[in-house]
Design a protein around this ligand. Structure first.
Ligand code: 3SK
Length: 519
């Protein structure tokens, strides 16, 4: 485990250190056709930090940062952290009611927002209890009476020493989007943020200054914050931001910014493959060395298809907002078995326990995953929830895994995605991976549907590729494909064709919604 000094400010490590050590001219951020070097990033962070300080934002204060994936989002988060505050990035699709809950729950004192996303803040405003200042960055020149982001930058000094924060002071707060219930504020310290880079990124990706991280996970998603902020800046590399998450924009960014590590979720990689079958001919993708996938399990089909089209491995990983980033993955330089998620990331320990007794299970036996490492579960105001999910420092994210004899961990399902049909335990994602192999299928979600005889039956919601059409014959074909590949009792007795699957803003399939629809 890395030892961090008592006094630690994440921004000193991510930005100032590079300038001090002579890397100030390296590009930190690519965005559309402009770039920000480390020195320029430092200057903007200092200006915004000074401006926020002058507005009264102090140590430990929570500041909501609400932007699409743009440089101002990074500048704002780092400015807050540099003066000892806690950055709270907000998902851009959040509506007034959700924002109101989060802002009041976090007792945030300020909001920095892009004018495209101002209306929901204004709708929430009458019910906000703690916000003193709103700073608006302008694209549309909307008339407003709040502080102007650009004017604050212009008027503030560009000299700022990082606040002397302790390593265990809070730096970042991310609300879990969850699939049900109220969002929970996962809290992370200066040390936690660096630990994600010094474990997963350092060992599994081995980044260098020459790397350019790019992709479309939103920055307020822990996965996106790590991939597109913490990792590139930790290693003096560059980040390439795209505001729109369309596959064409991603390929364009790879081509123009020379992205070497492409980060997305399985749907993102599948969309690149299906919408741009000639992607490698249309765009210069020769800079790519690796892809990162998380959010949903990556199927072997997507791994193989991407490898054959783009010539790179997609590293699957599992992480959570609470653990801040990925804790199981393969390393980029080892043989990847796409049917497994990988090994525990260096610094993390994993074990599989019996869901009922909590006892450790043998290798080969499926059970609940428990994980322990340099990051861990802590919530803003929910100590009772913390106790529920933490045992002796072990976090239980709620996933069923098997640890194979070779130590690789194979994902089976979320603990609530296990379908119990006629006494058989059937992990929904295992059936999904097989259905997805079929040439007519674009996406699929499998859930249990109540059944008088069997308790539950396996039901597949299938989104077809553009060139395929729904028919009874196709249903039988899909059922036979599962019967011929897995134990026959796992085949979907019911198949429903849909236009699309319900998803969270971070791209996770809302299986709960599909399950509820069945009741
Ligand atoms: O929630 C997730 O799926 C996730 C995956 C990787 C890293 C971080 C997160 C939150």
């Amino acid at each position: 485990e890395v030892h961090y000094p008592e006094q630690l400010n994440v921004v000193d490590e991510l930005v100032d250190r590079h300038v001090r050590e002579g890397r100030g001219d390296n590009v930190a951020i690519y965005f559309e056709d402009w770039t920000l070097t480390y020195e320029e990033l430092q200057e903007q962070v200092n200006r915004m930090g000074n401006a926020l300080h002058d507005l009264g934002v102090g140590a430990g204060d929570r500041v909501v940062v609400r932007f699409p994936n743009r440089p101002e989002a990074i500048v704002s988060c780092l400015a807050v952290q540099k003066i000892g505050g806690v950055a709270l990035p907000s998902m851009k699709l959040l509506r007034a009611k959700e924002l109101e809950y989060i802002i009041n729950n976090a007792e945030a004192s300020a909001v920095i927002v892009y004018d495209d996303l101002l209306d929901e803040v204004e709708n929430a405003l009458p019910d906000l209890e703690t916000v003193d200042d709103i700073v608006v960055a302008e694209r549309n020149g909307i008339d407003h009476s709040y502080h102007s982001y650009d004017e604050l930058l212009d008027d503030a000094s560009d000299e700022l020493e990082a606040s002397e924060t302790a390593r265990d002071d809070l730096a970042l707060m991310l609300y879990t989007s969850g699939t049900t219930g109220r969002p929970k504020g996962a809290i992370h310290t200066h040390r936690n943020v660096l630990a994600t880079a010094d474990s997963y990124a350092r060992y599994c990706l081995e980044p260098t200054e020459d790397d350019v991280f790019g992709g479309n996970p939103p920055l307020p998603f822990a996965y996106g914050y790590g991939d597109l902020v913490t990792f590139p800046l930790r290693f003096g590399a560059s980040t390439s931001l795209v505001e729109d998450a369309e596959p064409a924009d991603l390929l364009e960014a790879v081509d123009t910014h020379g992205v070497s590590v492409l980060c997305s979720i399985p749907t993102g990689f599948n969309q690149i493959l299906s919408r741009h079958p000639d992607g490698p001919e249309e765009y210069d993708v020769s800079s790519l060395r690796l892809g990162l996938s998380a959010g949903e399990p990556l199927t072997p089909t997507t791994f193989e298809n991407f490898k054959s089209e783009y010539g790179i491995d997609l590293l699957d990983g599992i992480g959570t907002t609470e653990m801040l980033h990925i804790f199981i993955s393969h390393r980029h330089d080892e043989e990847i078995d796409p049917s497994a998620t990988g090994f525990p990331v260096p610094g993390y320990e994993c074990k599989i326990i019996d869901p009922d007794t909590g006892e450790d299970l043998e290798r080969g036996e499926p059970g609940l995953l428990a994980v322990r490492g340099p990051t861990g579960i802590a919530y803003w105001d929910r100590p009772e929830k913390q106790i529920e999910v933490n045992e002796d420092g072990w976090s239980i994210p709620g996933d069923i895994f098997v640890q194979r004899e070779d130590g690789r961990l194979e994902y089976k399902s979320r603990s609530d995605d296990l379908i119990i049909s006629s006494g058989y335990n059937i992990p929904g994602p295992e059936v999904e991976a097989v259905i997805e192999e079929h040439e007519s299928v674009s996406e699929v979600a499998v859930v249990g549907s109540p059944d008088d005889q069997r308790g539950e039956v396996v039901k597949a919601f299938v989104v077809l590729r553009d060139d395929a059409s729904a028919s009874d014959e196709l249903v039988t074909e899909l059922q036979n494909h599962v019967k011929n590949t897995l134990a026959p009792y796992k085949y979907p007795r019911e198949v429903e064709f849909s236009e699309n699957l319900p998803r969270t803003e971070t791209g996770k399939i809302r299986r709960t919604e599909l399950r509820e629809q069945e009741h």
